[in-house]
Design a protein around this ligand. Structure first.
Ligand code: SF4
Length: 534
């Protein structure tokens, strides 16, 4: 409900006089307490009575919930089993835009990329024909970015590797992801403010898409290329609108310290009695003015993301960030009045050694030392959030295997042990099993459909189900094939039929640079053409 992309799409649909749009959500609570039928929120209509049921998917782990929603709507899960009069099932959002294949057996139509222009084009075509499923599917033909999985038949070699897709439809079958060149054309902000939702206490604004830094693990840094920033002139009226509703203004982007004019905008929010809350800050681009503005606005906690503990590991992932820069940012934030820092780091990154893992402990201790030296007794709280690395499509690390679960557990325990003696330092970790599921759903192809059906059938036993299937039992593809297998350099990847804008050869060269611990400078979108996105 809080997701900005979902809210932006809902606003576009609600503003279109040809469309009656309503929202529906998977119910909270235990499955036994769910209603018998999923109905829409405003009109209280059964989902199956709509012409289209569309899902906005930000996270791969929501794929099981797509099946839950379809079942609760009384619709057959697989697209081939739905009748001609069933609603068209559509999906979009960043998770499917990275790799739609895990849902290809369940979804009739994907819109790949940023929705703003593409959705309007689809509606223009749909409005001229019928509203039955076949007519709506035909309306998608010719919409750049529309992907109909029924037109693609994957073929596999004797080793089970994807060989190619047989395509039956107009054009070449290449799906070109869409993006919006000038973000200022569309405001993306909180549309529905409710205290009951996550971030309900803040008015959230999208400030940028993509990121100029090219961290090699980060899907957002590649899928949204080239980086685009909203202008301060476009953001100011939205901030004013937000301040009329809420005191906290959430400024959302992959990396907010690089936003042109960010310090002045945050200071303006603070001067008007508001609290600026940027989503994440790259430590070396934090300035004293930004730190002061955050402090003046009452931001007591700030998130910085070193991503890795050691300088070596940060070179591998192309973080372009030294320890001195991190510590300098801690000094400035403390001087500005910030009392707590949240540090995001990962374990299990390619080439990681125990020395790199220990680097996380060292870095956290040094940052804490700086915060303590900065001042008041309240100062110095640190939350270290540690996630296992999940290799993502569209990144230079898309070929990498996820580290073995036992190894990830060992490394997480090593960090926890190292940090356990430090007061006022909290550690939170994501479980390696959840990372396994995320990797499966990120790197999988459509053969994992039966796995999703099993997870939907017994959600409480999701790990037991995956464990049982590992090793290729029960006539279902072995999930380890997608999680713990490094993809070969020349291998056809499940998402290769999408034109990513970023050249696959560029991703491969970035991977080679990672292994050589070589850094790539940040994007200069005025002069550079190296990856193909500009
Ligand atoms: S072409 Fe250059 S500036 Fe543009 S997104 Fe690619 S690396 Fe960045």
């Amino acid at each position: 409900m809080a997701n900005l992309g979902f809210q932006a799409v809902y606003r576009l649909l609600a503003a279109d006089p040809r469309v009656t749009a309503d929202r529906a959500f998977l119910p909270d609570g235990a499955r036994a307490e769910w209603p018998r039928t999923l109905r829409s929120l405003e009109q209280d209509r059964p989902l199956a009575s709509f012409d289209v049921v569309a899902f906005s998917l930000s996270f791969e782990t929501d794929y099981v919930h797509v099946l839950d929603c379809l079942a609760l709507a009384g619709l057959p899960l697989r697209r081939t089993e739905r009748r001609a009069d069933a609603p068209l099932v559509m999906a979009g959002g960043p998770a499917t835009f990275l790799n739609p294949e895990p849902l290809a057996e369940f979804v009739d139509l994907f819109l790949v990329g940023e929705a703003e222009d593409m959705l309007g084009e689809f509606l223009d075509r749909a409005a001229t024909g019928g509203t039955d499923r076949a007519a709506l599917l035909s309306a998608a033909d010719g919409v750049v970015g529309a992907y109909r999985p029924d037109r693609y038949v994957p073929r596999y070699d004797d080793d089970g590797r994807l060989a190619d897709f047989a395509y039956d439809g107009p054009g070449s079958g290449r799906v070109v992801r869409r993006y919006v060149e000038r973000l200022d054309r569309f405001a993306t902000r909180s549309e529905i403010l409710t205290d009951g939702a996550v971030f309900g206490d803040m008015f959230v604004l999208e400030a940028s898409r993509g990121c100029e830094w090219g961290c090699r693990f980060c899907a957002a840094g590649f899928m949204y290329r080239p980086v685009r920033y909203r202008s301060a002139a476009a953001l100011r009226p939205e901030i004013a609108r937000g301040l009329a509703e809420r005191r906290t203004i959430g400024l959302v982007g992959a990396e907010m310290a690089s936003q042109p004019g960010i310090a002045a905008l945050c200071q303006e929010i603070a001067d008007r009695g508001g609290r600026p809350s940027p989503s994440s800050l790259k430590a070396d681009v934090i300035t004293p003015a930004l730190a002061r503005a955050l402090g003046d606005g009452g931001a007591r906690s700030v998130t910085v993301a070193p991503e890795a503990g050691s300088e070596r590991m940060r070179r591998v992932i192309n973080k372009n960030l030294t320890e001195d820069e991190i510590l300098r940012a801690a000094d400035w934030l403390t001087a500005g009045g910030v009392e707590a820092l949240k540090l995001y780091v990962m374990v299990g990154l390619p080439t990681e050694t125990d020395a790199d893992v220990d680097g996380i402990v060292d870095l956290a201790l040094k940052v804490r030392g700086r915060l303590m030296a900065g001042g008041t007794p309240k100062v110095g709280r640190i939350l270290v959030s540690i996630n296992p690395f999940v290799p993502k499509p569209w990144t230079p690390f898309q070929w990498e295997a996820m580290a073995p679960i036992a190894e990830l557990k060992r490394r997480l325990a090593r960090v926890r042990r190292g940090l356990s003696v430090v007061p006022a330092l909290q550690v939170e970790t994501e479980s390696p099993r959840e990372a396994y599921l995320q990797t499966l759903l990120s790197r999988g192809d459509r053969r994992i459909a039966p796995i999703l059906e099993r997870l939907h059938a017994r959600p409480e036993a999701w790990w037991a189900t995956l464990k049982r299937l590992r090793g290729g039992r029960e006539d279902v593809v072995d999930p380890d094939r997608f999680v713990h297998r490094a993809y070969e350099p020349g291998e056809v990847l499940p998402w290769d039929f999408i034109d990513h804008a970023v050249d696959k050869r560029y991703l491969a060269s970035e991977r080679r640079k990672a292994l050589g611990e070589l850094q790539t400078p940040p994007c200069d979108t005025h002069t550079c053409h190296v990856c193909g996105a500009c």
